[in-house]
Ligand binder design. Structure first.
Ligand code: NAD
Length: 274
């Protein structure tokens, strides 16, 4: 409502250090399925089967098929007004000499595609690989990432024995080791360097925006309670209530592609057409 928006605008105008946390919901309107919501990826496939180091050790072919499938979906997707509004807002913060950082749990790269530059990819990127042997991390946008994945659609978990031979999966150009997606799987920790960047972004942050995340995956789930406890203002943008809601001073219910531009005062007609 209007009063809520005006109150938020006053907080926004005063804030000197603004941090944003985004999740799969901000990309939902770009046609990328979220994890836990309706049509969520984890309702169709079991996370433990596909996004764990054990799964990759057991069946790297099936895991690569899953990530190839997700790359295909994301390759066709374009940023939506949520991404564009945050990119425009970053520019405004820069002009006003404010400190701005965008922490994202998404691995789709759409924030950068929309023009955001102060981005920390907490869970890695669909567009990067890491060598299991020498640890080399590279950007790789080739589609498909290896010949054997050509023409493959959704992974077939009912016949997981139909495997691509491991030598035909993506290999490291430096040492020929097996490559894996450079993403954080269940049971894995975030990189040290990333955790330091997060600490910096949350320390003395006077406004935290939390958009499109179910706020159940740690450590990101702890950011709203932390900033709130330290006296910062927290604003949530989500279609539903989440466990983080009770730590939020402002709650904007509705699709973030509408609520973010509105609350940040970014006119929709000034954003790129989607
Ligand atoms: P999640 O699926 O658990 O939660 C999505 C949240 O977004 C829900 O709270 C839902 O209510 C909300 N939502 C859905 N549509 C929305 C909309 N239009 N506007 C505003 N909110 C909306 O996702 P999460 O919290 O990001 O879960 C974390 C994990 O999901 C991370 O590990 C992340 O890497 C992964 N993930 C990433 C992508 C991507 O890169 N696009 C996609 C799926 C999952």
């Amino acid at each position: 409502n209007r009063a809520h928006l005006a109150e938020f605008a006053a907080v926004l105008a005063k804030a000197r250090k603004i941090t944003v946390l985004t999740g799969a919901g901000v990309s939902a309107e770009s046609g990328i399925p979220t994890f836990r919501g309706e049509g969520g990826l984890w309702r169709t496939w079991s996370a433990t089967e596909l996004a764990t180091p054990e799964a990759f050790r057991e069946n790297p072919s099936l895991v690569w098929e899953f990530y190839h499938y997700r790359r295909c979906i994301v390759a066709k997707a374009r940023p939506n007004p949520s991404h564009y509004a945050l990119a425009a807002f970053e520019q405004r913060c820069k002009q006003e000499g404010k400190n701005f950082k965008l922490l994202t749990q998404n691995i789709d790269g759409l924030h950068m595609q929309a023009g955001s530059t102060e981005v920390v990819e907490l869970h890695g990127s669909l567009w990067k690989t890491r060598c299991c042997h020498c640890g080399d991390v590279k950007e790789n946008r080739e589609m498909p990432i290896c010949e054997a994945l050509e023409g493959k659609g959704a992974p077939d978990t009912t016949s997981p024995d139909a495997r691509i031979p491991v030598m035909q999966l993506p290999r490291c150009k430096l040492c020929n080791g097996l490559l894996r997606p450079h993403v954080v799987w269940f049971g894995e920790n975030l990189e040290r360097k990333i955790l330091c960047e997060v600490d910096e972004a949350l320390e003395d942050c006077d406004l935290l925006l939390v958009a499109g995340t179910s706020a159940v995956v740690y450590p990101a789930a702890g950011y709203a309670p932390l900033v709130n406890a330290l006296g910062g203002v927290v604003a949530e943008f989500n279609i539903d209530k989440t466990p983080a809601s009770r730590h939020c001073n402002f709650k904007f219910r509705g699709p973030s592609a509408t609520t973010l531009p509105e609350a940040l005062g970014i006119p929709l007609d000034q954003l790129p057409q989607t």
